[in-house]
Design a protein around this ligand. Structure first.
Ligand code: ADP
Ligand code: ASP
Ligand code: MG
Length: 834
C-alpha cells in the first residue's frame, strides 16, 4: 500500500471497494461482504454500496403504482420495510437494530408522503423519482455500517457517509458531470484528513447544482465508486459483483464466455457503452485521469483473479469482448438532395440533441445519399417526429425521399484495441454473421478501429452474438443438432458422437449438441445437449408424438448460431422437407437417398434453397457409405475435369452375392445366406430389384450435371416378375425356381473367362443402366472383397487409366462415419479449425 507525505506525517493512501446489489442481497451476503472488507488490510478504505438486490426497481415501481393510484401501494411500501427490517434483525445487535428501524420508519413515512402527492397529481417529477429511488442505498449502507461497527474487525473507525453531502453533479447532454472542486471540498469537511478506518458510502445518489437530490443513472454505483476513487486519490478501485470479472460476452447469452484478464480503459468503456452491464460506462472516466486501476471481482469467489482495467493495452487477443444492445430502432434517411449539401448531419443530429434524444450509432454511406442512426426503441417515435419536423421542407420538395424506422433491432459490438491495423477482423465478423444466417442492416466502425458495430434484426441477437463469439475462438462453435432416424446408421452415429464430442470440444472448440432425436413415431426434445452416453435411455423414456416442424423449430432455436438436421431415415417424407429446412438456414446432412433421387423438380428445389440461404447440404453417405465418392466427383468437376463416364458396384449386397457365388450352390441359397448374415434388407427384393443402385446412380448422374429422372435409368431387376408381390418367406422359398437361368448365364460367361457383376453405369451422353454384366476376370470389378463398393471415374484427365475409389461400402459403422465426416465438414465451413 502506497502512502504520501503531508505535513510531516505519512498519510496512507485510500482503497475503494464497491459492492453491487447482488453482493448485498440479504444478510448472508452482507456478512460475506464484511469479511471481504475486513480481510483487506488497507488502513483507509471507502466501501461504496448499491441498494440490496431489486430494491431500486421496487422503489421505482412504487412511483408508477402511485401514478396509477394503485391501492396496493401501502402494502408494497410495507414489504420493502419488512425486507430491510428482516436483514437488519439478523445482523445488528439490539441498540443498533432499534436505531436502524427508527430511521427506516421515518424514511418510510417520508416515502409514503411523497407518494401521496404523486397519487394526487398522478404524475411524478424527476426530482420525486430520484428522491424515492435513492432510499435503497441509504438503507443498505446504514445496515452495513452497523454490521461493520458491531463486528469490530475492520480496523480503525467506521463512518457512514451520505454521498449527497459530498457529490455535486450537473446533468448535461452527456449525463451527470461531476463538479470536482466543490465535491472535493465537501469531502474534506466530511472525512478528516487523518481518517483511518472504513467509510461506508451510499452509491448511486448525489446532489445537483440546485441542491436537489439526484442520481447517477441506473447502475450508477460503479460510477460513484470511481468518483470517490478520484476524490480520494485511491490507489485501486475494486468493483465486486456476481461474476468472475468482465467476460468476453454476457454470460446469460453465451454461457461459455471467458473472463478477460485485462482491459484498457477504452476497451472497457466501449464494452460498457455497448451493453456489458457488468460496469457502468462512465465508471472509467474519473479513473483514467488519475490512472487508477479498476478491478472487477466476484464477491462469491473472491479468490478468482478478476479483470483489471487500466491504462495499458494488451494487443492480444485481438477481440476482447462482444456485446449486444437490445431494443434499438434504426432510422434511415434517404434522398438524392442530401448529396453535397453541407451540414445535413449537423442539422439532423442538432435537432435530435435539442430534444435530448441520445444517438447510439451513426452510419453514413460515402455517397452521402443516406444517413442512418440508431436510437433506443423507446425514443424512436419521438426521433422520427423530430427528424420529420427538421427536414419538413426537403421532404415536401422531394430532396429527401424517405425516412424509415426499423424497430426491434439490436446492435452487436465487437471490441478490442488490437483490432486497429489488424487484417481480416471485419471479414471474420461478417463471415460469422453470414454463416449464422444473420443479415446486417447497418455498420459503424469508429476511426479508432477499436470497435466494429453492426445493427441486426433483434430476433437474431443471441444467435449472432454466439456466432461471432465462437468465430473469434472465444468459445467453441456451438452446433445444435437434431437426428432423425435413430436406427442402425443413426444409432451408430450417436454412439460415435458420444465417444468424440468431448475431444472435439477440447481440441477443436467444436461443441456438438444433439438436442433432439426423432423416430417414426415419437421424438425426444431437450433444451440442452442430450447425454449421448445414455441416448438410448433418454429416447426410450418417451417423448412427444413426432412432429417434424416442431422438431426443426426446436433444433433451430434462436440462441444457437448453427443448426443441423441429420436425417438417417430412409423416408421420402422427411427428405421432402429438406428444401424448407435449408431455406430457413438449417444445414442438412444425410445418408438418405430419397432427397437427391426424388423427381427432378423436387431435387432442384433442394439445391435452390441451399443456394439461396447458403445453408449446407451434404450427403456423402448416400453413395458408397463412408467412401469419398461424392466429394471426389465434386473435386473433379470443380477443378475443371470433364466427367465422361461413371460406373461401379454400388450395392454391398449385390457385390456380396456375385463375389461369393461360384455356381456350386444355387444362386437362391446364396441369397438366403446373405440374408441370414444381415447383408440384405429385411426384404432382399429391395436389393435385388436394383432400385437402390438406380437411386445411387441418379444421385451421381445429377452430381455430374445430368438432368435425369429415376425412370430414365434402365434397370435389370433380379426379382422374377412372378415373385414381385408375394410375402418375404414365400419369395425366399420359391426363388430356386429361377436358379436355372441364372446358372446358365454364369456358365456361359465362364466359358469366355468372364465373371458376372451387378454394375451401374452412366455416361456423359445421359445413358444410365443398372444390371448384371459380364466382365473379364482381370477387371477391377471382378476383384473386390465381400461387400466392397467400387466406383470408377473416367474423365478427361483420368481417361485411359480411370480413377477408382474402392472399399467397404455398406454397414452401419462406416455409413455413420461418412455422415459424421459430413457433419464436421459443415463445422469447418462454419469456421471451426479442425
Ligand atoms: P451488480 O449488482 O454487482 O452491479 P450487475 O447486475 O449490474 O451487478 O452486473 C453484473 C451482471 O452483468 C452479471 O451478472 C452478468 O449477468 C451481466 N453481464 C452482462 N454482460 C457482461 C459481461 N460482458 N461480463 C460480465 N458480466 C456481464
Ligand atoms: N441501485 C442502483 C440501480 O439499481 C444503482 C446500482 O445498483 O448501481 O440502478
Ligand atoms: Mg451494476
Amino acid at each position: 500500500m502506497g502512502g504520501c507525505s503531508g505535513g510531516g506525517t505519512t498519510v496512507e493512501a485510500w482503497k475503494v471497494h464497491k459492492f453491487g446489489g447482488s453482493s448485498v442481497a440479504d444478510a448472508a451476503c452482507m456478512e460475506r461482504v464484511a469479511r471481504i472488507v475486513e480481510d483487506d488490510a488497507a488502513p483507509r478504505k471507502a466501501v461504496v454500496l448499491s441498494a440490496c438486490r431489486g430494491v431500486t426497481d421496487a422503489l421505482l415501481t412504487l412511483v408508477s403504482l402511485a401514478e396509477q393510484q394503485d391501492p396496493s401501494l401501502d402494502d408494497r411500501i410495507r414489504e420493502l420495510r419488512d425486507r430491510h427490517v428482516g436483514i437488519a434483525r439478523e445482523l445488528l445487535p439490539g441498540n443498533l437494530f432499534d436505531e436502524f428501524v427508527e430511521q427506516l420508519d421515518r424514511d418510510c413515512r417520508d416515502v409514503a408522503g411523497i407518494l401521496q402527492t404523486v397519487r394526487l397529481v398522478r404524475a411524478a417529477s424527476t426530482t420525486m423519482r430520484d428522491l424515492i429511488s435513492g432510499y435503497g442505498e441509504i438503507w443498505s449502507t446504514r445496515i452495513f455500517e452497523g454490521l461493520l461497527r458491531s463486528r469490530g474487525k475492520s480496523g480503525g473507525h467506521v463512518q457512514w457517509l451520505d454521498a449527497r453531502q459530498v457529490l455535486l453533479v450537473e446533468w448535461g447532454p452527456l449525463g451527470p458531470g461531476v463538479r470536482w472542486e466543490q465535491s472535493r471540498n465537501q469531502l474534506r469537511q466530511e472525512v478528516p484528513a487523518d481518517f483511518a478506518g472504513t467509510v461506508v458510502v451510499t452509491g448511486f445518489i448525489a446532489t445537483d447544482t440546485q441542491g436537489l437530490q439526484t442520481t447517477l443513472g441506473r447502475n450508477g454505483s460503479d460510477f460513484s465508486a470511481s468518483i470517490f476513487g478520484a476524490l480520494l486519490d485511491a490507489t485501486e478501485i475494486v468493483i465486486w459483483t456476481d461474476v468472475d470479472g468482465v467476460l468476453s460476452a454476457d454470460p446469460r447469452l453465451v454461457p461459455e464466455a471467458q473472463v478477460i484478464a485485462a482491459l484498457s480503459y477504452n476497451e472497457a468503456m466501449e464494452l460498457a457503452y455497448f451493453g456489458a452491464k457488468v460496469i457502468h460506462p462512465q465508471t472509467m472516466a474519473p479513473a483514467v485521469h488519475k490512472r487508477i486501476p479498476i478491478w472487477i471481482k466476484n464477491t462469491f469467489a473472491p479468490q478468482a483473479a478478476g479483470t483489471v482495467i487500466h491504462d495499458r493495452t494488451a494487443p492480444t487477443p485481438l477481440v476482447k469482448g462482444i456485446t449486444t444492445v437490445e431494443r434499438i430502432a434504426l432510422v434511415n434517411l434517404e434522398g438524392a438532395g442530401m448529396i453535397g449539401v453541407p451540414g445535413t448531419a449537423h442539422r439532423l443530429f442538432g435537432a435530435l440533441r435539442e430534444e435530448g434524444i441520445s444517438v447510439i450509432l451513426i452510419s453514413q454511406g460515402s455517397s452521402e445519399h443516406s444517413i442512418c442512426f440508431a436510437v433506443p426503441e423507446a425514443e424512436s417515435e419521438r426521433a422520427e417526429r423530430v427528424v420529420r419536423r427538421a427536414f419538413d421542407p426537403e421532404l415536401r420538395e422531394g430532396q429527401i425521399q424517405s425516412i424509415d424506422v426499423n424497430r426491434s433491432c439490436s446492435i452487436l459490438a465487437v471490441v478490442g484495441d488490437g483490432m486497429a491495423g489488424a487484417h481480416g477482423v471485419a471479414a471474420k465478423v461478417f463471415g460469422a454473421l453470414g454463416s449464422a444466417g444473420v443479415s446486417v442492416r447497418a455498420i459503424a466502425q469508429g476511426a479508432s478501429e477499436r470497435n466494429i458495430s453492426v445493427v441486426i434484426d433483434g430476433r437474431n441477437s443471441a444467435r449472432a452474438l454466439r456466432a461471432v463469439h465462437s468465430g473469434f475462438y472465444l468459445s467453441a462453435h456451438t452446433v445444435s443438432i437434431g437426428l432423425i432416424g435413430p436406427g442402425l446408421v443413426g444409432g451408430a452415429l450417436l454412439d460415435q458422437l458420444a465417444s468424440q464430442v468431448e475431444r472435439l470440444r477440447r481440441d477443436f472448440k467444436v461443441d456438438l449438441r444433439v438436442r433432439g432425436i426423432a423416430g417414426s413415431k415419437t421424438m425426444r426434445l431437450s433444451p440442452g445437449a442430450i447425454d449421448l452416453s445414455r441416448w438410448r435411455d433418454a429416447y426410450a423414456a418417451g417423448g412427444d408424438p413426432v412432429d417434424l416442424e416442431r422438431f426443426a423449430d426446436h433444433v433451430h432455436a434462436d440462441h444457437f448460431p448453427h443448426a443441423v438436421i441429420i436425417d438417417c431415415s430412409a423416408s421420402a417424407a422427411v427428405a421432402g422437407r429438406y428444401a424448407h429446412w435449408l431455406s430457413e438456414g438449417i444445414h442438412v446432412v444425410t445418408p438418405n437417398k430419397k432427397g437427391n433421387s426424388a423427381a427432378l423438380g423436387d431435387y432442384e428445389r433442394i439445391k435452390e434453397a441451399r443456394r439461396a440461404t447458403g445453408a449446407h447440404y451434404l450427403y456423402e453417405a448416400t453413395v458408397g457409405a463412408g467412401l469419398p465418392v461424392i466429394q471426389t466427383l465434386r473435386d473433379l468437376r470443380e477443378t475443371g475435369d470433364e466427367i465422361r463416364r461413371i460406373e461401379g458396384i454400388f450395392s454391398g449386397t449385390l457385390a456380396y452375392l456375385f463375389n461369393t457365388w461360384d455356381g456350386r450352390q444355387p444362386f437362391s441359397s446364396i441369397v438366403r445366406q446373405a440374408k441370414s448374415l444381415g447383408y440384405t434388407e429385411p426384404d432382399p427384393r429391395d436389393d435385388l430389384s436394383g432400385m437402390d443402385v438406380a437411386r445411387k446412380l441418379i444421385i451421381l448422374a445429377r452430381e455430374m450435371g445430368l438432368e435425369l429422372e429415376l425412370a430414365d435409368v434402365r434397370v435389370e431387376s433380379l426379382v422374377p416378375g412372378a415373385l414381385a408381390d408375394c410375402g418375404v418367406q414365400d419369395f425366399l422359398q420359391r426363388l430356386d425356381e429361377f436358379d436355372a437361368p441364372m446358372l446358365e448365364r454364369l456358365e456361359s460367361a465362364r466359358g469366355r473367362d468372364h465373371v458376372l457383376r451387378y454394375v451401374g453405369s452412366v455416361g456423359a451422353n445421359g445413358r444410365a443402366e443398372v444390371g448384371v454384366v459380364e466382365l473379364p476376370a482381370s477387371h477391377p470389378f471382378a476383384n473386390i472383397a465381400l461387400t466392397d463398393n467400387i466406383v470408377r471415374f473416367q474423365t478427361a484427365r483420368y481417361d485411359q487409366n480411370p480413377l477408382i475409389v474402392q472399399g467397404p461400402g455398406a454397414g452401419p459403422a462406416v455409413t455413420a462415419a461418412g455422415v459424421f465426416a459430413d457433419l464436421l465438414r459443415v463445422c469447418a465451413y462454419l469456421g471451426a479449425r479442425l
